[in-house]
Design a binder for this molecule. Structure first.
Ligand SMILES: NC(=O)C1=CN([C@@H]2O[C@H](COP(=O)(O)OP(=O)(O)OC[C@H]3O[C@@H](n4cnc5c(N)ncnc54)[C@H](O)[C@@H]3O)[C@@H](O)[C@H]2O)[C@@H](O)CC1
Ligand SMILES: Nc1ncnc2c1ncn2[C@@H]1O[C@H](COP(=O)(O)OP(=O)(O)O)[C@@H](O)[C@H]1O
Ligand SMILES: [K+]
Length: 514
């Protein structure tokens, strides 16, 4: 699914009105109707008080449509107009008149703090104050209203985007944004929903299709691509009936040091589980027995040193190399990395201490084979590219870094973002159960294993991140977030493959009605 900027959505809006020969008010009616249906399906006529806060733009107009439809269906609704400006939009005014036709009273005009209503914790708040047209940070009593609503325990449903959040620009004041419980967003998710500083305001969302022009949306260059199951299914490369272990490549995992041999075990196992034909682990001497015992399927080559890596030499040609997990920062290891990068031409997956060693010896970057994959968590990324002002600044810096060094950068996190040149791919799988030691080692093994099978570096990254998160989701469903360990993510990679093409249960009839 594509993520568009606010400007693109306004364009899509305009094109749709022209091509479908409808008015912008018709489009607003569609949008408001979708929100109404979402609520109606869930509330099924329940007499719960619904407080709808409408701004004076088209987001407010949507709120008025929702209010009118709810009132027509007998719900208990109070509509407020957050009267922060005289410049009411045309479609706001049209729907302001229309709502008067279905209710005896005009909506309540709010002009300041004295007008803040009492809201009970069982009530529902619909936030239609500001949408993607926000052009400055909410201040004064409107900011106070947002804070007042945030303090309420009532369920908060945001229309299109939580008020105070820019769809694709940095946060100015985190005290002036509505903390929605759920957001119903029109046509396409907004970039702000996926970035750490702003995602907290939209922790869950549904995308409502309001029928914007498909041709426009198809041709528009998105800000980012969202990677869900349909995209992952397209990336999957079928296993051949007559394939043999050589067909699926020979991955080399260069990992481990004294006390951190687990990292090597996790990456090696993950490379196997994602489908690598053969995997060799290159470890310090102290890891020999450990690896051979833990993973009989793997071949093991050892360094001359007992406790760390000092000379990474091997006499075969791997189809992919994953390096860095638990290797430490010994001087000899830095030299070994220099030689490894210089001698190899195939793309690497570079993780953990290999990244930290690069950060401290930036010259190493120039030696990386083109299209290598770097998998930093936020701390490693900071060491690599320096501090950033906000999430948007971070993305711009990573894009430049990716372009300059011709590498794929996987920014790990709750929504892992893969960056290649100026393209962004945002992953949708994964959960807080994966915030556990070694889950990153599992990911680097997964991506190395996919590279070894012939997935190109960008695909291996985007598909690998999806599969890793999906395996984590399956593990969490089975055992709960807290109990998940990195090994459980790896153990469920097979289930993640099965899930990729599993038939979903048909919805039962009653939930289809309405
Ligand atoms: N573009 C589309 O595809 C569609 C948009 N629709 C709705 O239209 C919304 C966008 O509507 P608008 O462009 O009218 O903009 P908004 O309704 O988001 O709000 C902008 C209005 O509030 C004012 N404003 C902005 N920031 C303010 C602040 N901090 N303090 C006080 N006033 C402020 C602006 O000057 C403007 O009048 C969308 O979010 C969506 O809800 C839907 O009705 C239908 C389709
Ligand atoms: N809250 C979360 N939601 C989704 N995925 C997460 C979450 N926390 C961590 N992860 C994933 O788990 C992995 C953690 O990697 P990393 O921090 O390198 O761990 P380690 O260094 O312990 O191996 C990443 O792939 C990250 O995206
Ligand atoms: K809103």
């Amino acid at each position: 699914m594509k993520i568009f900027s606010a400007a693109q959505l306004y364009e899509a809006d305009k094109t749709t009105v022209e091509k479908q020969k409808i008015t912008s008010a018709d489009l607003m009616e569609r949008a408001g109707t979708q929100i109404f249906q979402w609520l109606h399906q869930r509330l099924n006529g329940a007499p719960v008080p619904i407080h709808i806060f409408c701004g004076i733009g088209d987001n407010g107009g949507d709120g008025l449509v929702v209010g009118r439809l709810l009132i027509e269906h007998g719900y208990s609704v109070i509509v407020y107009v957050v009267n922060c400006s005289d410049k009411r939009s045309k479609n706001f005014l049209l729907n302001y008149d229309k709502i008067k036709n279905v209710t005896k009273n005009w909506p309540l005009l709010m002009k300041g703090e004295d007008d803040f209503p009492e809201i009970n914790s069982e009530d529902i708040i619909v936030d239609a104050i500001f949408g993607i047209g926000l052009n400055r940070c909410p201040g004064g009593w409107v900011k106070k209203l947002i804070q007042y609503l945030n303090e309420s325990k009532a369920f908060k449903l945001a229309v299109d985007i939580p008020s105070g959040l820019y769809s694709n620009a940095p946060l100015e004041d985190k005290e002036a944004v509505l903390k929605a419980n759920h957001t119903l967003t029109f046509q396409a998710p907004k970039l702000a929903f996926f970035l750490p500083e702003t995602a907290v305001f939209a922790p869950s969302f549904d995308v409502l299709d309001i029928g914007l022009d498909l041709e426009f949306l198809h041709n528009a260059e998105p800000l980012a691509q969202l990677i869900s199951k349909p995209e992952a299914q397209r990336f999957y490369q079928t296993r051949e009936k007559f394939g043999h272990k050589g067909t699926y490549g020979h991955a080399l995992i260069v990992a481990g040091s004294y006390g951190k041999m687990g990292a090597a075990i996790l990456s090696t196992t993950a490379a196997f589980r994602i489908g690598s034909g053969m995997v060799t682990a290159f470890v310090p001497k102290c890891g020999y027995n450990i690896l051979q015992t833990a993973i009989p399927e793997a071949m093991v080559i050892t360094d001359n040193e007992e406790a760390f890596l000092s000379d990474i030499s091997f006499d075969f040609e791997p189809s992919a190399i994953g390096v860095g997990m638990g290797i430490g920062k010994n001087k000899a290891t830095v030299e070994a990395l220099k030689k490894l990068f210089t001698d190899s031409e195939i793309p690497f997956v570079i993780d953990a201490d290999a990244l930290n060693n690069i950060s401290e010896n930036k010259g190493l970057l120039k030696l990386l084979p083109k299209h290598s994959v770097l998998t930093p968590h936020p701390g490693e990324l900071k060491r690599l590219i320096g501090e950033w002002k906000d999430d948007y600044d971070k993305l711009e810096k990573v894009k430049k870094f990716s372009e300059k060094h011709e590498v794929v950068v996987v920014i790990k996190g709750a929504y892992t973002i893969t960056v290649y040149g100026d393209k962004l791919y945002i992953n949708t799988t994964g959960n807080p159960g994966m915030a556990t030691a070694g889950s990153g080692d599992a990911l680097s093994g997964v991506i190395t294993g996919l590279l070894s099978q012939g997935y190109d570096p960008l695909l291996a990254s985007v598909f690998g991140v999806y599969m890793h998160g999906s395996a984590g989701d399956i593990a969490s469903e089975q055992m709960g977030f807290e109990a998940v360990m990195a090994g459980d993510i790896i153990d469920n990679l097979g289930e993640a493959y099965l899930d990729l093409f599993a038939q979903t249960e048909p919805e039962n009839e009653s939930s289809e009605k309405n």
